[in-house]
Design a protein around this ligand. Structure first.
Ligand SMILES: *Cc1c(COP(=O)(O)O)cnc(C)c1O
Ligand SMILES: [Zn+2]
Length: 415
């Protein structure tokens, strides 16, 4: 096992395992026994200091190697990973009632979603373990991410997606040469099939939650946010939540930095769910870890989940940061796409703009004060789901190609 890692602990029974021996869930607890990788922070602190980071001009997730569950750079995807822009935006902030707002634009990752942070780690880990075939179930982005990053190193994964995944994500899979199986069912059906297939053929699995290295990759977004803010941590970081793997990872990155004393306070993580897919938020507010499976319906396909697979980390890690959950209607998500686009120039898919809708909601509910420093993570690009974008904006005006028609159509302030 890598020297900075002490083991992986089951979230249900607390047993710890060597990550070189147990690669997925707890052998005793089964598929729900998600493992959480634990680090020896004293060792990490020796290998990774604020000074060494400052001297390191490798602006990618690999700058955080001692805090990652992999060591072999030679298996890394040959694409630029991480160090996405963090934009300060007073204009959007004002509209949300927040004086100090930043947008972390993860739509700028190679395949245009935050999932690249996790796929990169999975590909390196598969390489270290000598596993040649990788599979994944996905609502779309995890798959297109694995396919694109894989293609850069000659890996063409086996993918299970629901038939309803947006066209652009399926197009990415096809272009990257993944072996795609469109499952005639929901994302949850695709997920269960991926678990069965992985066991039968011994493929390496990048399906969310059950592979504990993924949340460690996702946490790099928090490491970057804090470093980009010169380790003066913000008060709140908001992110959308489906299975719960991203939000758990976002909080994990902050807990890592706090445990090492690199930030002097823990930002509160705000998990944002769509009202039609909100079982984690409901459990959080009821203060229970009992997850009631529902039938999810939301315009935000990336967070449309009947049975969240990483709920326990999502609940506990958010609580550890003093954070909270809010839910937003589809209409509020669509409004957030235009608010974000028109005031920052960042184009988000519905699940990407959900963080912005959540900040507005949390401000209204009094969960965030006006003067607090707030970061919205944009998890995916609007180009992945243009149908929803047009739903948010409506169609533009059509005119005949002559001046008279234009004159008639011009709004009064331009005529
Ligand atoms: C996967 C995804 C999410 C949600 O992540 P979970 O780990 O399922 O909670 C949010 N936004 C986008 C764009 C995603 O692709
Ligand atoms: Zn267990």
């Amino acid at each position: 096992m890598k020297s900075t890692i002490t083991g992986a602990r089951c979230v249900l029974c607390g047993e710890t395992y060597n990550i070189d021996e147990v690669h997925y869930t707890c052998p005793k607890c089964g598929d729900d026994g998600i493992l959480d990788i634990e680090f020896d922070y004293d060792r990490v602190k020796k290998e990774l200091t604020k000074e060494s980071l400052q001297a390191n001009d490798d602006r990618s997730i690999w700058r955080y190697m001692p805090l990652l569950p992999v060591s072999e750079r030679k298996f890394a995807p040959k694409l630029q990973l991480g160090w996405t822009p963090l934009y300060e935006t007073k204009t959007l902030g004002k509209l949300l009632g927040i004086e100090n707002l930043w947008v972390k634009d993860d739509s700028r990752l190679p395949t245009a979603s935050l999932k690249d942070r996790a796929s990169a780690i999975a590909i390196v880990r598969a390489g270290e373990l000598g596993q040649k075939t990788i599979c994944a179930a996905s609502t779309g982005n995890a798959a297109s991410s694995l396919a694109g990053l894989g293609a850069s190193v000659g890996i063409h994964p086996i993918i299970f997606v629901p038939k309803t995944a947006p066209k652009a994500k399926i197009a990415q899979l096809q272009v990257f040469g993944a072996k795609v199986f469109m499952v005639n069912g929901t994302y949850d059906d695709a997920f269960d099939l991926s678990l069965l297939a992985r066991r039968k053929w011994n493929w390496y699995s990048r399906s969310t939650a059950v592979n504990p290295v993924l949340s460690e990759g996702k946490k790099t977004v928090s490491l970057e946010i804090c470093e980009q803010m010169a380790f003066k941590a913000p008060d709140v970081i908001a992110v959308s939540v489906g299975d719960g793997c991203i939000v758990g990872g976002v909080a994990k990155g902050l807990l890592d930095l706090y445990a090492m004393g690199y930030i002097d306070k823990l930002p509160r993580v705000l998990g944002v769910q769509a009202k039609g897919s909100s079982v984690i938020a409901t459990a959080f507010h009821k203060n229970t870890e009992n997850i009631v499976v529902t039938s999810a319906h939301t315009v935000a396909d990336s967070i449309s989940v009947d049975k969240p697979r990483d709920a326990i980390k999502a609940l506990r890690n958010v609580k550890k940061t003093g954070g909270n959950y809010v839910t937003v209607e589809d209409g509020e998500i669509l409004e957030a796409i235009t608010l974000l686009g028109r005031n920052t120039g960042v184009f988000a898919e519905p699940a990407g703009a959900t963080s912005v809708a959540g900040i507005k909601k949390a401000r209204q509910e009094g969960l965030i004060a006006a003067h607090e420093k707030v970061v919205a993570i944009v998890t995916g690009s609007g180009l992945k789901d243009v149908e929803s974008a047009i739903k948010a904006t409506g169609e533009p005006v059509v005119i005949e190609p002559n001046l008279l028609a234009l004159e008639k159509a011009l709004p009064a302030d331009l005529a």
